[in-house]
Design a protein around this ligand. Structure first.
Ligand code: ADP
Ligand code: MG
Length: 398
């Protein structure tokens, strides 16, 4: 059964709390990319058009509640006001930003809402109880609304007061963004059309290595690239020089190598560099010839050919993590070539998870070429791991 969505709710005249992901990147207090706000617009506009009284909640950055001085500095840095201003430019209705997370000013703003208007609450993380899913806080926030809509895909893997607490109290549904994410990730991970090829790369080895376990169960091939590969190569006893290795994950890598057999596809050559720098001296080396004083920063030409061959004919592809340090031109080729190969697969469902992989695909001009680019790195990874996402599990079925 599918989860209830915002279409299943009768929202006219109701106070609808929407948990969105407005955690946008900023530099010197200016939003550098408003994609997350834009992604939330379909749900917001639907609610506005259908005469709901919309109450938006989101976190923005981190707030340290242990150190009082740091806490004040974090609050100043992560004030939601700047998001309210941008949102007001993107919608055709009144947007009231409320600079607090509880109390009279917030309650009055909500009480004054007319049908089709929006209140944006201050950063949920101003509250210490947010990340602890404090029941008192969830109850208070829930008291501000009649209904709840979950549209913060980037946060559904966290059981916080605003993502899991409120929907455990109010009648709730998924927003359009989360609905699309669940549909696309589900199509790839739960009901894949075979052959199904998964590609895992990037640098967050300890965060990501566990996903390999589940992917080995559901995919036909699991390609490992990027910084992730060297922990596996080291586990095979190879010399990897100064490449990125997480020593305490070598045992796990050995276990997956044994379990995976030839399902697991590893690089066979590398673009090695004598420094982590754009102008480093480079050398292409096979697995058995990585110089001790160099590091692998991209997959090599033989590996690109091998990965293209592995991808040929795939009908489902999930990709999380770049194949090399794509931010530096000399090490971008592996990611570019793999990205191209995936985007050219005829009739395949292709899904990108992971913030940097998504950024790489967009930067390289492939934004339109994939079936889906996920908006939530951590959440999409946990979905691929086969874990339950608390912010989605709490929503009732239609
Ligand atoms: P994502 O955000 O897609 O989940 P990660 O955050 O795990 O991916 O990793 C992205 C980073 O990995 C990029 O900044 C990239 O430069 C880095 N990276 C890729 N390959 C290597 C490598 N061989 N050595 C070191 N870093 C790498
Ligand atoms: Mg990342």
């Amino acid at each position: 059964m599918a989860k209830r969505t915002v279409r299943d709710l009768d929202v006219a005249g109701k106070r609808v709390i929407v948990r969105v992901d407005f955690n946008v990147p900023r530099k010197d207090g200016v939003i550098t990319n408003d994609n997350r706000i834009v992604q939330a617009l379909p749900t917001i506009k639907y609610l506005v058009e259908n005469k709901a009284r919309v109450i938006l909640m989101s976190h923005l950055g981190k707030v340290d509640h242990k150190d009082p001085e740091k806490c004040e500095a974090d609050k100043k840095k992560n004030n939601m006001e700047v998001v309210g201003k941008r949102l007001a430019e993107l919608v055709d209705t009144k947007v009231t930003f409320v600079p607090v997370t509880r109390g009279e000013e917030l309650e009055k703003a909500v009480a004054d809402l007319k049908d089709g208007e929006i209140v944006l609450m201050q950063n949920t993380r101003y509250e210490k109880g947010e990340s602890k899913n404090d029941p008192e806080l969830a109850k208070y926030w829930a008291s501000l609304g009649d209904l709840f809509v979950e549209d913060a895909f980037g946060s559904v893997h966290r059981a916080h007061a605003s993502t899991a607490g409120i929907p455990s109290i109010l009648p709730s549904a998924l927003g359009f963004l989360v609905e699309k994410e669940v549909k696309m990730l589900g199509a790839a991970v739960d009901t894949p059309v075979h052959p199904f090829v998964a590609i895992i790369g990037g640098a967050k080895v300890s965060d990501k290595i566990a996903v390999v376990d589940n992917l080995l169960k559901i995919a036909d091939k699991v390609i490992i690239g990027g910084g992730m590969a060297y922990t596996f190569l080291k586990a095979q006893g190879l010399e990897v020089g100064k490449s990125l290795v997480e020593e305490d994950k070598i045992e796990l890598a050995k276990e997956y190598l044994a379990k995976g057999g030839d399902k697991l596809v590893l690089p066979v050559d590398h673009v090695c560099a004598d420094a982590f720098a754009e102008d480093a001296n480079t050398k292409v080396a096979d697995n058995d010839a990585i110089p001790a004083d160099m590091m692998g920063l991209d997959i090599g030409p033989k590996t690109i050919a091998l990965y293209k061959e592995t991808l040929a004919g795939a009908k489902t592809v999930v990709w999380n993590g770049p194949m090399g340090v794509f931010e530096m031109k000399p090490f971008a080729k592996g990611t570019l070539e793999v990205c191209t190969a995936i985007s050219e697969l005829p009739g395949a469902t292709t899904v990108i998870g992971g913030g940097d992989s998504a950024a790489a695909a967009i930067q390289l001009g492939f934004a339109e070429k994939f079936s889906h680019i996920s908006t939530g790195g951590g959440a999409s990874l946990e979905y691929m791991e086969g874990k339950e996402l608390p912010g989605i599990a709490v929503i009732a079925e239609a």
